[in-house]
Design a protein around this ligand. Structure first.
Ligand SMILES: Nc1ncnc2c1ncn2[C@@H]1O[C@H](COP(=O)(O)OP(=O)(O)O)[C@@H](O)[C@H]1O
Ligand SMILES: [Mg+2]
Length: 247
């Protein structure tokens, strides 16, 4: 599925990723943990192709395809979904409009016919239901006035509609209360825990991993993966901290 080999990247000409290697196979959920400033968001943005994040070495392929050579929308069409630490607000555009446009743009670049209004609404209702999101909520402008938890749930509705093969979720648990955490965790499982999909879950805390159980846990520090293990590694980190466990 995803093969990252010796990836180096700069942000505003500052080296941040320094030879990061990671393989994620279909059917697997990987958690990435690590101290603030380690380069976790930089990894997500570099995979997503955000401007200003420049690859200076190494490779990243998704199902054998060199994703680093693709424009951001082409990466999405190739099956990559990026969940943001801070979802953006888009005044003047309703969430349903936004979801339908993004779903149909993706279908177009895959050479598929656009969804009809009815087909789209059926799909949106189903995915909103998974995230316990009221359709009335999705008629409002994108994220405007949404609470932190609502933004993340709405983002997971978007993920459900886009149906990616690989989701990279950056601190999806930040700003969630206990109920929202469970709803989002169950939503991620319902949408992504499938034999032909994979998830890269960036998080600071064990609490999300209680719902979305990782197969592998990695510590990212200083721009590379410095330690990998199973789910027990997340517990060790929570108990003893990064310095003690990954020094
Ligand atoms: N736009 C930017 N300009 C300069 N430095 C940046 C920028 N964005 C991130 N950085 C720096 O890159 C490093 C890694 O940041 P980030 O990937 O956000 O870390 P993490 O998500 O692991 O907390 C930090 O030292 C941060 O200050
Ligand atoms: Mg970050």
């Amino acid at each position: 599925m995803l093969h990252i080999d010796n990836l180096s990247a700069t942000v505003a000409d500052k080296p941040i990723l320094k030879g990061l290697s990671l393989t994620v196979n279909a059917g697997e959920i990987h958690a990435i943990m690590g101290p603030n400033g380690a380069g976790k968001s930089t990894l997500a943005y570099t995979l997503g192709g955000r401007p200003g994040y420049d690859v200076t070495g190494g490779t990243a392929t998704l199902d054998g395809q060199d994703i680093l050579a693709l424009a951001p929308h082409e990466r999405a069409a190739a099956g990559l979904f990026l969940g943001f630490q801070y979802p953006v607000e888009i005044p003047g555009v309703s969430f349903v409009q936004f979801l339908r446009e993004s779903a149909n743009a993706q279908r177009k670049s895959r050479g598929e016919a656009p969804l009809s209004g009815g087909e789209f609404l059926k799909l949106a209702r189903e995915k909103a239901g998974l995230l316990r999101m009221d359709m009335d909520m999705l008629k409002r402008p994108v994220n405007v006035g949404f609470s932190g938890g609502e933004k993340k749930r709405a983002e997971m509705v978007q993920m459900g509609i886009l149906d990616p093969s690989l989701a990279v979720l950056d601190e999806t648990d930040s700003g969630l209360d206990i109920d929202a955490l469970r709803i989002v965790g169950e939503g991620i499982n319902a949408i992504m825990r499938k034999p032909d999909k994979a998830v890269l879950l960036i998080t600071h805390y064990q609490r999300l991993l209680d719902y979305v159980k990782p197969d592998f846990v990695h510590v990212l520090a200083g721009g590379r993966i410095v330690k990998s293990g199973g789910p027990e590694l997340a517990h060790q980190l929570e108990e003893h901290g990064y310095e003690a466990v990954a020094a």
